[in-house]
Design a protein around this ligand. Structure first.
Ligand code: ATR
Length: 280
């Protein structure tokens, strides 16, 4: 890596941030696509009460791109100069671009849902059972509705599901609703099943059918219990790794202007995951 006075900084922020795969993926990719020395990718642990100072530092240091993870996606919005219309509708920013001191917030999570799904199915007119009603679910709801999908939200707390329905339309119900079985596509946007609680699933296997496509936004593990159950009964699955790849390609484009080949990211993600496993 050849850092010079021209090198632009991109970084992931979160609290915690040590699980971020960004540095191990994007620095290698910069080298592979001829951007070695043009960009460097770091990760920084920022607490919520440090966000305001951090944003000032972004301007002073002229940091080019910031990828926001939990818990900053909502809170960071109040410190930005401009917010993209879609990010505004979703109510969360996961990417910030610094153009000569003007900070604009974007959301690329929804693209991470649309791109992998569109490869295997036409979302328009399909019945989509969205499991969960937190921040991630709002990006999924936008992805579904903006592509003509028929949205139903199932969640532990009905009040939270209703809030999303108010903004995006559709129906809501509990996690044991028999209507889940009638959906064409199930998308999990809860944290249930995420490492380390990998034996948990947000819904019962009896609510799935073999014709369904089951997409899990969780990317660690690559195959969640929900997806193991889906595969057991013959349903198709899409891994959260796909979401990670496509939302990242869009972030890369926002920061550098370059459209990455998905195979480059896929290969680099596999390498980063293998290195992480070895390091454990
Ligand atoms: P994120 O921003 O990652 O979406 P979040 O806003 O905290 O995180 O939302 C987490 C989602 O996972 C919510 O839908 C939450 O359900 P509630 O609205 O009832 O809180 C869901 N969730 C988390 N733990 C759960 C559990 N043990 N069982 C069922 N749902 C759970």
């Amino acid at each position: 890596m050849k850092i010079t006075t021209e090198t632009q900084i991109c970084m992931a922020i979160g609290d915690p941030v040590k699980q971020s795969l960004g540095p191990s993926i994007y620095n290698d990719i910069y080298a592979q696509v001829g951007l070695d020395g043009k960009y460097v990718y770091l990760a920084c642990n920022i607490k919520v009460d440090e966000l305001k100072d951090f944003i000032n530092a972004v301007k002073v240091l002229n940091i080019r791109g910031i990828s926001c993870t939990v818990p900053h996606k909502g809170e960071v919005m109040k410190y930005l100069d401009e917010i993209d219309e879609v990010a505004q509708k979703i109510g969360a920013v996961n990417s910030i671009v610094n153009d000569n001191g003007q900070l604009k917030g974007y959301n690329t999570d929804w693209i991470g849902i649309v791109k992998p799904l569109s490869k295997v199915v036409d979302i328009s007119g399909k019945r989509i059972a969205l499991i969960g009603a937190g921040g991630a679910a709002r990006a999924v709801a936008y992805a579904v509705v903006s592509n003509g999908g028929n949205l139903s939200i199932y969640n532990r707390t009905q009040e939270n599901a209703k809030k999303i329905i108010d903004d995006f339309g559709g129906k809501s119900g509990p996690l044991d609703s028999p209507d889940i079985a009638k959906a064409d596509i199930i998308i999990n946007a809860t944290s249930v099943g995420m490492h380390p609680e990998t034996d948990k699933s947000p819904i019962s296997k009896s609510l799935m059918n073999p014709e369904q496509i089951v997409f899990d936004a969780i990317h660690t593990p690559a195959l969640t219990q929900l997806q193991k159950d889906a595969q057991d009964i013959g349903a198709k699955t899409i891994s959260g790794r796909e979401m990670f790849i496509y939302q990242g390609i869009e972030q890369f484009r926002l920061y550098t202007g370059i459209e990455l080949d998905e195979q480059i990211v896929r290969k680099q993600l596999e390498k980063a995951m293998a290195d992480k496993t070895h390091a454990r």
